[in-house]
Design a protein around this ligand. Structure first.
Ligand code: GN1
Ligand code: MG
Length: 366
């Protein structure tokens, strides 16, 4: 794919101005993302993405979901009189034929408006974590309103822990590239925790835990911050679908409260940051007015379950021969697995402390 082709694809969307410069954007593991700068300078810039069709089988459903979410958020914020809406949620740019995506040479592409002077982070301060917690509580509140449109699952069983465990067992069983034996000490450790890690799914089946609309990829680098380091909006809405709020809370903790990197080769750098946890949790609970006592109590468990699930997913991809995540070298998924496992162990050590902190917070400070 060369620059000229990418510019041509950009021109098949309803853009203002003419595509001028194309550069790669972000570091997502699934889609390919480009910033398309336009001339004249007054014309907005755009984010063009090649959708990973291997992962997102139904592009129409995917884009309809995202449009439902962004429309709902925009309308609700507008009713509240909140200004600057094009910085507070993503704006989908339709293709010239009116569709929410376009197809070129068997690939699917989509476009959103680029939000200038905003950025993502790989680590944040406690103060920013508290503001981000508030923003997430608001995001979940907006998507818990009675007029929230129903969403479908863009990836069926995406944050379904029992399903992810089944996938790991299947990978070990079929052992397609002969790696299963070399990681048996890790897989057996993970599989021994099956009962513990599937608790929310049993509670849901018993009617004791609700599903709401959740983002399902609340990693730190999917949050856009304004130039004053306040959170603007959540991006990467691909996996927004019904789920447990503990899952979004937990995925944020997994990434923002890790003192190391998701794939850190130096395990001594990987540890859980309680200060980030406390600030985020305080912010989140202050705006998440819908939380039931069970949902609130399970928030720390979310950090554990999401880190566990990500460890299972990275290990499964390693055993399967790296068919899912973008990798930098053949050991990358193993490195990710080990780093996530290290974090999981440290989260375990902090569970009592986290639970006590959550219980000490008033239900809703609003
Ligand atoms: C993927 O594309 P990205 O980096 O936002 C993945 C998430 C994982 C994450 C791990 C659709 O997200 O579920 O948590 O990598 N997205 C999909 O870094 O599988
Ligand atoms: Mg992303």
């Amino acid at each position: 794919m060369n620059i000229k082709q990418i510019k041509e694809i950009a021109s098949s969307f309803k853009i203002k101005g003419v595509p001028d410069k194309v550069s790669p954007l972000g570091n997502g593991l699934i889609n390919d993302t480009f910033l398309v700068a336009t001339t004249p300078v007054e014309a907005p810039d755009y984010v063009l993405q090649r959708i990973n069709h291997n992962v997102f089988k139904d592009v129409e459903l995917l884009q309809d979901n995202i449009a439902s979410v962004t429309d709902h958020i925009r309308k609700t914020l507008a009713k509240k009189g909140i200004p600057d809406l094009s910085r507070k949620t993503l704006t989908i740019i339709p293709a010239l034929d009116g569709k929410l995506y376009t197809e070129a040479d068997g690939d699917f592409w989509r476009m959103t408006l680029y939000i200038p002077d905003a950025r993502t982070f790989d680590s944040i301060t406690p103060h920013m974590a508290e503001l981000t917690g508030k923003a997430f509580g608001e995001f979940h509140s907006l998507l818990s309103l009675p007029d929230t449109p129903p969403l479908k699952e863009s990836i069926p069983d995406f944050h379904n822990t029992p399903f992810r465990i089944r996938q790991l067992k299947e990978a070990i069983e079929s052992n397609p590239v002969g790696r299963a034996k070399s990681v048996e000490h890790i897989s057996s450790n993970l599989l021994a925790r099956e009962e513990e890690m599937t608790l929310p799914f049993r509670l849901f089946a018993e009617g004791k835990l609700p599903k709401r609309i959740t983002h399902c990829d609340t990693k730190l680098n999917n949050i856009l911050f304004d130039s004053d380091e306040t959170p603007l909006c959540v991006i990467d809405l691909d996996t927004t679908m019904p789920g447990f709020v503990l899952s979004d809370f937990g995925d944020f903790m997994r990434t923002a409260a890790n003192n190391g990197a998701e794939d850190d080769p130096d395990l001594s750098k990987v540890s859980f940051n309680m200060d980030i946890f406390r600030h985020f949790a305080r912010g989140y609970i202050s705006t998440a007015s819908f939380l039931t006592p069970e949902e609130k109590q399970l928030l720390p468990f979310g950090a554990k379950m999401l880190t566990y699930m990500q460890t299972v997913r990275f290990l499964t991809d390693y055993i399967n021969g790296d068919t899912y995540y973008r990798i930098e070298d053949p050991q990358h998924n193993l490195r990710r697995t080990l780093a996530q496992m290290e974090l999981l162990n440290d989260i375990d050590r902090h569970m009592l402390e986290m639970n006590a902190f959550i219980q000490s917070l008033p239900d809703n400070e609003q």
